[in-house]
Design a protein around this ligand. Structure first.
Ligand code: FAD
Length: 440
């Protein structure tokens, strides 16, 4: 079977079999139960944002593209109108700062004066500080800022599953082409939108990584539509087109990933999916101390406690994984590397903007969520002050962010996107095993 991939996953020391075993037995079932908890099910998103690149053709009439937003009474009480408090929010940093200044007051008369001065200056500068912090946060992000404007609505992800929608043709192709053509780094003299795997070796590690994560995401989306496919021939004739059977479509899977139909590229695309999995897994591993310190608040006490227990459980398993992706080899060659990192961010932010141009609401929902999840993973991997000897810090605890004194923080929607994105990739790897069995 072409999907029985063997050996090492490129740019990682990890083996495909190890990932299959670890994911299918240990991670997949735990992630499924975690992302069904209220905290992870409700995602706030604006599906009406204007496409910034071309006039929008997203008025999709296809029935399976429709997304059903939540009614107010369906949203957990703790997510409504609450200013979400994270362990290291701006306000808290400020209060901590004030406390520290006051503490200094007790030491001596001189410090007393300075302490007073500091406090007054800070109080005046606080508004400005907050403004700059918002600006800096935007610069640190790999994605555009989370949707939290007037048009953003909560969606229950479990009621709007990612699956076959029928979205295809010029609109879908324009999105994929723009992502590959305009936003992915390309080898010199390559004019095709889609880079063949043999040409990838001509790119440096960082640019290869960029291409591979995009290709991995593309593969995952296409696996989902094959594994939750609507077989039209079984549609019942009730006059409304209702009914039909959802199931795995092996022929579609073979067509999209088989070597004969993809000029030999299909298996490499599947390999890129494994690569993306390892990268996202490593990000969660790195942020584990931070992720276990969040309250996962929805206002439903028992559920919130269960969510935290499930998080601790899955983080423990992720920590036991033998071969994580090693980000310390990326962006570590002085000022050139920092320039490359900025370009990498810029390209990735463009991809997150392109998601607003997707012409099918359901595809847009899952596209936005997965791009945000991946952007959050990259933010985690490349945060902290870079050290020539050791690369980026190995874990994120109360880690000063980018060496400018700020502490690391994630918005709720980033955490929701991070785990759901891994949930999607993990499901794809699980589904590949199902297709393998069908082929046998
Ligand atoms: P496409 O998948 O459109 O690919 C275009 C070209 O890209 C291919 O011809 C091939 O040369 C190359 N290519 C394909 N896969 C890879 C890869 N993994 N790596 C590198 N190159 C590759 N459809 C649904 O039914 N449900 C969804 O939820 C859904 N979500 C989508 C989300 C987004 C953001 C986008 C852009 C599209 C989505 N689609 C979805 C549409 C789907 O991805 C395909 O575009 C559509 O099914 C048409 O497929 P295709 O065979 O023409 O090739």
């Amino acid at each position: 079977c072409f999907c029985k991939l063997k050996g090492q996953i490129g740019d990682c020391s990890c083996n495909v079999d190890t990932v299959d075993y670890f994911n299918n037995i240990k991670i997949y079932p735990r992630l499924q139960s975690l992302i069904n908890k209220d905290y992870f099910r409700f995602y706030k998103v604006n599906l009406k944002k204007e496409c910034p690149f071309w006039s929008d053709d997203s008025r999709c009439a296809m029935k399976f593209c429709h997304v059903k937003p939540c009614k107010d009474e369906e949203i957990p009480p703790g997510l409504k109108g609450r200013i979400l408090k994270h362990p290291y929010s701006n306000e808290e940093m400020y209060v901590k700062y004030l406390e520290e200044s006051q503490h200094q007051d007790c030491d001596s008369d001189v410090i007393d004066e300075l302490g007073y001065l500091n406090t007054t200056i800070s109080a005046k500068a606080y508004e400005e500080f907050a403004l700059w912090q918002a600006y800096d946060d935007a610069q640190d992000n790999f994605c555009t800022l989370p949707d939290d404007d007037g048009d953003a609505q909560y969606v229950d992800l479990s009621l709007n599953p990612e699956r076959y929608t029928g979205y295809r043709g010029p609109s879908a192709h324009r999105i994929w082409r723009s992502i590959y053509m305009e936003n992915c780094f390309r080898p010199k003299n390559t004019f095709d939108a889609y880079i063949s795997t043999s040409k990838l070796n001509g790119l440096c590690l960082e640019k290869r990584v960029f291409y591979r994560v995009v290709s991995g995401l593309h593969a995952s989306i296409n696996i989902h539509l094959c594994s939750h496919y609507l077989f039209p021939e079984t549609l019942s004739f009730d006059g409304k087109g209702e009914g039909g059977r959802w199931g795995r479509n092996l022929a579609e899977f073979k067509n999209r990933f088989g070597p004969e139909t993809t000029k030999g590229e299909g298996p490499s695309w599947l390999r890129n999916l494994y690569f993306l999995y390892l990268l996202e897994l490593r990000a969660i591993h790195k942020a584990a101390p931070y992720l276990s310190s969040i309250d996962y608040y929805t206002g439903r006490e028992v559920e919130d406690k269960e969510t935290l227990d499930a998080i601790i459980d899955i983080l423990t398993i992720i920590r036991s994984f033998p071969e994580h992706f090693n980000e310390s080899t990326m962006f570590n060659g002085g000022s050139q590397a920092q320039k490359l990192k900025e370009e990498f961010k810029q390209h990735f932010r463009n991809i997150s903007r392109i998601m607003d141009c997707v012409g099918c609401e359901k595809c847009k929902l899952w596209g936005k969520l997965q791009v945000q999840g991946l952007g959050t993973a990259l933010k985690i991997l490349f945060s902290g002050k870079f050290d020539e000897k050791n690369g980026y810090p190995n874990t994120i605890e109360k880690m000063p962010y980018n060496g400018n004194g700020k502490e690391f923080k994630l918005e709720r929607s980033e955490i929701v996107a991070l785990f759901n994105a891994l949930g999607r990739i993990s499901t794809s790897i699980f589904e590949i095993e199902n297709f393998r069995q069908m082929m046998r």
